[in-house]
Design a protein around this ligand. Sequence first.
Ligand code: SF4
Ligand code: SF4
Length: 370
Amino acid sequence: KPMENRITDIGPKHYEQFYPPVIKANKGKWAYHEVLQAGVLKHVAESGDEVYTVRCGGARLMSVTHIREICEIADKHCDGYVRWTTRNNIEFMVDAEAKVKPLIDDLESRKFAGGSYKFPVGGTGAGITNIVHTQGWIHCHTPATDASGPVKAAMDVLFDDFKSMRLPAHLRVSLACCLNMCGAVHCSDIAILGYHRKPPMLDHEYLDKMCEIPLAVAACPTAAIRPTKVEIGDKKLNSVAVKQERCMFCGNCYTMCPSMPLADTEGDGIVIMAGGKVSNRISYPKFSKVVVAFLPNEVPRWESTTDCIKNMVEAYAAGANKYERFGEWAERIGWERFFDVTGLEFTHHLIDDFRDPAYYTWRQTSQFKF
Ligand code: SF4
Ligand code: SF4
């Protein structure tokens, strides 16, 4: 049934229909909140009402069976209410402290056949919460790495920091599987970015049949593509040429033209970025910087990527001051020292030539001594 003031009933229902009653009753009138333990938040309203939120790890892709189990838990403990965070965490909310322990015990008792948690409680406060990520090989057409695979591998090595709050501040990790970047890699403490290193291949035989050539030309942000004629046998075909030195391997052309694929086992892999954030606490928001120019796609456990991330997290945990975010720590100790303490190699690939002040990087800073 359409809601009042809605023209149609197309699209999701208005979110107000899904508020737990205690949230609806106290909307906009919250006095304070605190983190009771990793994964458990307490919000207190001006009216004195309390809400306890138990957060547990989820996945971006879930089976119907798994979602049914989540609904069953919500029915059992939370009068059917459940919510998802933007980082794919699942949050169960209850309105009395006495309901919290039975909920946590139930969540943590549910295990997969191999014994691992189905619903690990954690991901709040000064720790690592779930990794926000993109579609990867399972769905999108331009990924240079998978999304769910490296995210699962990374969260496995970071799991202790999901379930605890030992870090100086919260640490946000993100993944985008190509530089079109549906993730948040430009502004995360640590970011995993899929990167192609080869220009698109050209399937001249099919290109004119499958693609609108002007669209493919217009799709290129660096004007690397031009229309051309190609001779195959006795046929002269309409096609395109790519000026390779202009190509930045973004894959936009492939979005427009399936005859220009650029996925390549050898060329594709991962870039690690670090030091970004959106918060303006302590310091202004920051863009992430590239700290590892390339790591191969090591299916299925992405060992080089997870080792690198783990080293960075441990160095941050050991060296940062309380409340200092990853980038603030790196800037305080100096990025030169950042490479020393994390054991990462500084290479010429980390120096870029962008002139735009929005992209000020190593080359523009007078402090950087490499
Ligand atoms: Fe597709 Fe790129 Fe988005 Fe990944 S980041 S889902 S490859 S557009
Ligand atoms: Fe242009 Fe990007 Fe295609 Fe390269 S991959 S030719 S930069 S659209």
